[in-house]
Write a protein that binds this ligand. Structure first.
Ligand code: ADP
Ligand code: MG
Length: 299
């Protein structure tokens, strides 16, 4: 049903805030006056996934750790769950990815920015007694690399900021964002008859595979690199996609295809619950995958 992304400096109080949010939401759900469907509040964090703080010493170790968090997140997101991702989530691109995954499932989202000064974070880190303190250099490095969320970009908004001086979290605002906030409508304009899920899964696989082949063929046949290309598909569709001005490799396209298929497979399965809410025509899949390629292919 929704995704709450926590973001903040290391040792700024994110886990404490995540616990406060969880408690506040659970009490609302359990409240006798609450009439919605039964919801579960789940929390994900490095700690829960057994990811050591040491991964942040080294960006080669950090990448798979981030991947593990993302995979776990995709697994737990769903219509009956409020998922709180308690992590630094300090990379703008990563927050964007999380937002896209949530949107594919039509979840409401909100970002909670936990704010404390760098001095306080250092102080709290040095006082940690549970053996989970960051090495001072790692902390310094993470503070420097932190990419602040902004309410101006769609993937960070609505953005709810919680400063360290506040005793509690603004539970009303958070509740509102995740229960009443906008859910982006499915891609309008190409509304076709909804297909059965097995058909949709087959269409998802075959359409994306055909597009990968078509892009490779187009690239091999064309003298210039990149730009807007119209793809020749086995069916009558002629989807267009804008490619970067360089040679795009098959493995890049296949990786994007796998990501796209994984995210959408889940959406299709959930789509059977809210029948007809989504459009899984080949045309719609083709245009969504083209947009996905454009957004995710490195320039
Ligand atoms: P994070 O999850 O961001 O690493 P934690 O919630 O684990 O941060 O908090 C880190 C440390 O800072 C803990 O020891 C906690 O008790 C302390 N702390 C967190 N928020 C505050 C606050 N607002 N005031 C005082 N101490 C705090
Ligand atoms: Mg924490």
């Amino acid at each position: 049903m929704s995704l709450i992304t926590i973001s903040g400096f290391p040792c700024s109080g994110k886990t404490r805030r995540a616990e406060q949010i969880k408690a506040a939401l659970e009490s609302r759900i359990q409240d006798a006056g609450f009439e919605g469907t039964k919801l579960k509040v789940a929390v994900l964090s490095d700690h829960i996934l057994n990811i050591s703080r040491d991964v942040y010493k080294d960006s080669r170790a950090e990448k798979p750790a981030r991947g593990a968090l993302f995979t776990a997140m995709q697994r737990q997101m769903g219509q009956d769950t409020i998922l709180i991702v308690d992590g630094m989530n300090y990379i703008k691109g990563f927050r964007y990815q999380m937002y896209c995954a949530a949107r594919e499932l039509k979840l409401r989202v909100c970002t909670v920015y936990v704010v404390a000064t760098q001095e306080l974070c250092k102080e709290w880190n040095s006082k940690r007694e549970d053996g989970t303190a960051y090495a001072p250099e790692t902390l310094e490095n993470l503070l420097m690399r932190y990419e602040e969320p902004s309410s101006m970009v769609r993937w960070d908004s609505p953005l709810i900021t919680v400063p360290w001086v506040d005793d509690d979290v603004p539970a009303d605002d958070i509740w509102k964002a995740i229960t009443e906030g906008n859910v982006k409508p499915p891609n309008a304009g190409t509304q076709a008859v909804p297909k059965a899920p097995t058909d949709a899964l087959r269409a998802l696989e075959s359409t994306t595979a055909a597009m990968v082949s078509a892009i490779m063929a187009e690239q091999a046949a064309s003298a210039s690199l990149g730009g807007l290309v119209a793809l020749t598909m086995p069916n009558a569709l002629r989807p267009t996609v804008t490619l970067p001005p360089r040679n795009v490799t098959l493995s890049e396209l296949q990786r994007l295809k796998r990501q796209f298929v994984t995210v959408n497979k889940k959406a299709i399965t959930l789509g059977t619950i809210e029948k007809g809410a989504m459009d899984w025509s080949e045309e719609s899949i083709a245009s969504k995958y083209a947009a996905y390629i454009e957004e995710n292919l490195k320039p």
